[in-house]
Ligand binder design. Structure first.
Ligand SMILES: Cc1cc2nc3c(=O)[nH]c(=O)nc-3n(C[C@H](O)[C@H](O)[C@H](O)COP(=O)(O)OP(=O)(O)OC[C@H]3O[C@@H](n4cnc5c(N)ncnc54)[C@H](O)[C@@H]3O)c2cc1C
Length: 417
């Protein structure tokens, strides 16, 4: 039986014996807060490792998550590791490449394993995959607090139907996406302000939907300090949006910019001309750059977008949310017997190993503020096989992005030009 067909009782009716002196076993080995990609990936991995997992979310599932819905190569790699690649492919719209259109209309196409999966379906499948290996899901539980009890376990409080309910667990993992209130509550937050903001709308167009096989990123003067996208999806429905680098969204109106983008870009204008708008324009913040929060303190860990795992520049974050959720789970499975400090250190070290990649994307974000340079790069990449191949390797994570910012790389690129 599929997740969407299940009767509403899931996550209810679990009789948990209260934690007392007579029953000194916490309700769970771990409480995971947030059932997005990061939380579900961690829940599935830990439950498969034999842990008793309580997975909590403040919403009811299935739920919408405002997103571009694109899966880039790192998401496919993480799904493979989770044993879910084929299942996700069955609910996805396959695409074969990324097309980048620059400010002056020059464009380059970069091949790579990509797809588009509406988040309402993807997240439903991920949750189902965690539940089927034993994780217990609690919808409509809004995290409030985590209190350390004698250094041995935590009492975790949630608001459920305006009432506070508590559960106990040896470990706590926060995976609350761009909502960092829980991260702040446990003392892990360094910066409350999000890194950027994006809006998207769904538009059905059967005329263009049939043969559209690329994720299209568009740099356009109408989106000041940002980019636009057109991603085809299942059922001839396109996900169209605009996103901003850094805090540039504060200087304009997102709806105005979205409308101007639609009018300015021939591809989007054509799509909208006989397309049917099937959703409101929705926006959400992003936390990027692997920054803004610490990864662990005591027996509390944080993973996914709440610690900034979404890429600067592209705003892609599903892949790294899955990857870091698995990473947190793996460090817990490997080091929990050695105690809290060992887990916190191992997890922090493994997360910091990803930092150079995020730094490189952040620097690239700055480069895109110079349209002439972007035009030049895109034009040359479209003409020169070596440059295009480098971009392809970068996109498919076969190339360390920090190499792009070495002087030698730039000299080589410009010599080729
Ligand atoms: C407009 C837009 C477009 C995007 N496009 C793409 C794209 O095309 N491809 C891509 O890879 N990425 C994209 N991203 C980024 C992507 O959405 C995120 O990187 C990804 O969702 C992060 O996953 P996560 O599991 O960390 O968090 P989320 O997916 O946000 O999940 C967090 C979960 O935590 C729950 N939660 C929050 N607070 C609490 C609480 N107090 N108590 C209990 N539960 C709580 C939430 O309800 C939610 O279910 C986009 C983002 C935006 C805003």
């Amino acid at each position: 039986m599929g997740y969407f067909d299940r009767p509403a009782q899931q996550g209810d009716g679990i009789n948990i014996t209260p934690f007392t002196a007579l029953n000194p076993i916490p309700d769970f080995d771990i409480i995971i807060v947030g059932a997005g990609p990061a939380g579900c990936a961690a829940a599935r991995t830990l439950a498969q490792g034999g842990w008793r997992v309580g997975l909590f979310d403040k919403t009811q599932f299935p739920r919408e998550k405002t997103c571009g819905d694109a899966l880039i190569p790192d998401a496919h790699t993480a799904l493979e590791k989770l044993g879910l690649r084929e299942r996700v492919e069955q609910i996805s719209y396959p695409t074969t490449a990324l097309r980048l259109i620059s400010f002056n209309g020059s464009e380059v196409t970069v091949r790579g394993k990509t797809a588009s999966t509406p988040r309402i379906r993807l997240d439903g499948l991920l949750l189902e995959s965690a539940q089927e290996v034993g994780a217990i899901f609690y919808p409509s539980h809004d995290f409030q607090s985590a209190q350390d009890v004698d250094g041995s376990h935590y009492t975790v409080g949630f608001l459920k139907d305006k009432t506070t309910v508590t559960f106990t667990a040896t470990w706590v993992l926060l995976a609350t996406g761009a909502n960092v209130a829980p991260v702040e509550q446990v003392g892990l937050l360094d910066r409350a302000e999000p890194s950027s903001f994006a809006v998207r709308q769904y538009v059905r167009n059967p005329r263009l939907g049939k043969d559209f096989k690329e994720l299209v990123f568009i740099l356009d003067h109408t989106v000041r300090g940002g980019y636009g996208w057109v991603f085809p999806g299942p059922d001839d429905v396109f996900n169209i949006g605009v996103g901003y680098f850094g805090s540039t969204h504060k200087h304009g109106s997102l709806r105005h910019d979205f409308d101007a983008f639609v009018q300015s870009q021939p591809l989007v204008k054509d799509l909208m001309s006989d397309g049917e708008v099937v959703s409101p324009l929705r926006g959400a913040p992003l936390r990027t750059g692997l920054s803004g929060a610490r990864f662990a303190d005591g027996g509390i860990l944080a993973t996914g977008e709440c610690v900034g795992t979404t890429f600067p520049l592209t705003g892609e974050g599903i892949g790294k949310a899955l990857e870091t959720g698995v990473l947190a789970a793996e460090q817990l499975l490997a080091h929990a017997p050695q105690g809290r400090l060992a887990v916190a250190q191992a997890y922090t070290t493994s997360m910091m190993a990803l930092k150079p990649k995020f730094e490189a994307y952040r620097k690239a974000e700055l480069l895109l503020r110079w349209p002439w340079l972007t035009n030049l790069l895109v034009f040359k990449a479209s003409k020169n096989e070596y440059v295009r191949e480098r971009l392809e390797a970068l996109f498919n994570e076969r190339l360390d992005p920090s190499r792009l910012f070495r002087m030698r790389t730039w000299l080589k690129l410009f010599r080729l030009f």
